[in-house]
Design a protein around this ligand. Sequence first.
Ligand code: NDP
Ligand code: MG
Length: 387
Amino acid sequence: MSKKRIAILGSTGSIGTQALDVIEAYPEIFSVGVLTAQNNADLLIEQAVKFLPKVVVIGNESFYDKVSAALSSFPIKVYGGNSALVSVVESDSIDIVLTAMVGYAGLLPTIHAIKAGKNIALANKETLVVAGELITNLAKENNVSIYPVDSEHSAIFQCLTGEGNNPIEKIILTASGGPFRGKESSFLASVTKQQALKHPNWSMGAKITIDSATLMNKGLEVIEAKWLFDLSASQIDVIVHPQSIIHSMVQFEDGSIKAQMGLPDMKLPIQYALHYPYRLKSSFPRFDFAAYPSLTFEKPDLETFRNLAIAYQALEKRGNAACIVNAANEIAVEAFLQDRIGFLEISDVIIESIAKIGYVENPTYLDYVNTNEATRRFALEMIQVKV
Ligand code: NDP
Ligand code: MG
């Protein structure tokens, strides 16, 4: 069998580096075709020297000379600027694209990869949140598979394996509850980014860690699940499960529930997505039932953690509503990380953006671009007035 050649968009991040660990562990199965990063030129160079991809892209063009000089003696093409991402994903020398960059920036390269017939291992959930309908239609038209990397969606995907056309009654997405589980608004009003960045169970990039603390991550995952598994909002439940051992569940029409379990480790869903339908023998630590005498479950608090309720509303509203939510959230999270707004103001920025930005019922790609830009501008102005 020839090796699967992988393009990793965002190879220097949390998902990107873990994907390279997986590739390194199975050199007879995987090879690296493309690596990309935004600013972390040093790590990108180190990865390129080790994995020898055909192409690397550094998004921030001011690092192009540095990367290009460091790799000049290797048979590696170097590009600067994110516009190169859309062509590198179309290359004949790759088989699958792992979208491991953060945020809206994932949308356009994913569209190009699908149009070029590349299967997608999707970590970048924002792409499906912003334009789920467009992406899933494109994937169907181009006969492309989208394999989920997000642990909850991988769990559901694994539970569905072997079920043929058996309809899903509902899915149950599990949520850790984040570092502020059980806290009230009066407490959340003054939490710092240092507190918010301390996730109890997972070590991830800054944006998704804040999203986990506000429960926006679960909201984005509800929307992601809608598009991946063709469900209605009422078929998607969220339950808080602080131990993060059950990664999500599917309930079928006979009432039977299947769960996928294991210790939290993103390498498992990454390798399942990259090598589907095969499972790879791993040495990851195994779950021990005796070490966890109680797995607990509780309802999410949608009044305190407003972002989860906002995401459900955007899903019901369809059109460009989730695109507005995503853009406002990206700006608000960035502002929170810069100590420019408080934790609770993240939801305020999103709610005001939804009220302000025009609704488009059947958005085209250009409508998404315009909605994203208009929302970012509005959210930034709002934050400037506040501080
Ligand atoms: P990180 O912040 O750790 O990494 C992001 C990666 O994307 C880096 O390689 C970064 O480059 C690159 N990047 C940043 N901005 C841009 C841009 N504008 N254009 C292109 N590339 C960019 O994020 P994570 O790995 O945590 O998350 C990546 C995606 O996976 C997110 O969508 C997240 O929601 C999703 N995900 C992550 C999980 C996790 O465990 N981390 C779990 C489930 C989903 P540089 O390093 O140079 O800045
Ligand atoms: Mg997840």
